[in-house]
Design a protein around this ligand. Sequence first.
Ligand code: PRT
Ligand code: MG
Length: 213
Amino acid sequence: MQIIGIALSKGRILEEAAPLLARVGLMPREDPERSRKLVIATERRDVRLIVVRASDAPTYVQYGAAALGIAGHDVLAEHGGAGLYQPLDLGIARCRMVVAVQKGFDYKGAVRQGARLRVATKYVQTTRAHFAAKGVHVDLIRLYGSMELAPLVGLADAIVDLVSSGQTLKANGLSAVEEIMPVSARLIVNQAALKTKRAQLQPLIDAFARAVA
Ligand code: PRT
Ligand code: MG
């Protein structure tokens, strides 16, 4: 019996994945939000949770450090998906990736005039691809969080960030001017492991599919 790891992040993803994990029979044996352990046993002796940063989940699965994982489409788009199967949209942690600007900034006008936009984001690859496809010239400023701050202090003309309720944008005088993609979390699988451990992995993937349906 080989041990199967599931890479996932605490917070939003774990919170919304918890009911799915319960239905699949993978309830953690201790609360990952409270525990300082990063490897957490589940109801099943052959499956454990690997607690990672949200943006690191695809990397752990790509290199086979975890056979399975749960990651947002935002994070997967940025990672590129090398070495991963993405068999299932789990429909959790839903939001939208958008371009947002300060109220009063004429985004459409700036784009129309071919102005060079300064765009702050942690989604550098996705943002570059989005504006390249539109033929808009951008200077990308790489941030690691709190993107909403950048336009307020003159660091950037626009940001690319996630929005769910819209409260954070609103509270900072920003508004979404363009949607880049809808986002939800996917089940991800190491491609090589799916071949070598299919007897163990396929039933788990099927169980997740039933849990979602
Ligand atoms: O904290 P860390 O740097 O490790 O990573 P993280 O901040 O990306 O992790 P986490 O747990 O916050 O988010 C994990 C995943 O949840 C993301 O990769 C998305 O796939 C998904 N998700 C869904 C979201 C949101 N909704 C969301 N609203 N992730 C972040 N947000 C943030 C957004 O960036 C903005 O700052 O919430 C704020 C906006 O929320 P509203 O409700 O005010 O619009
Ligand atoms: Mg966070």
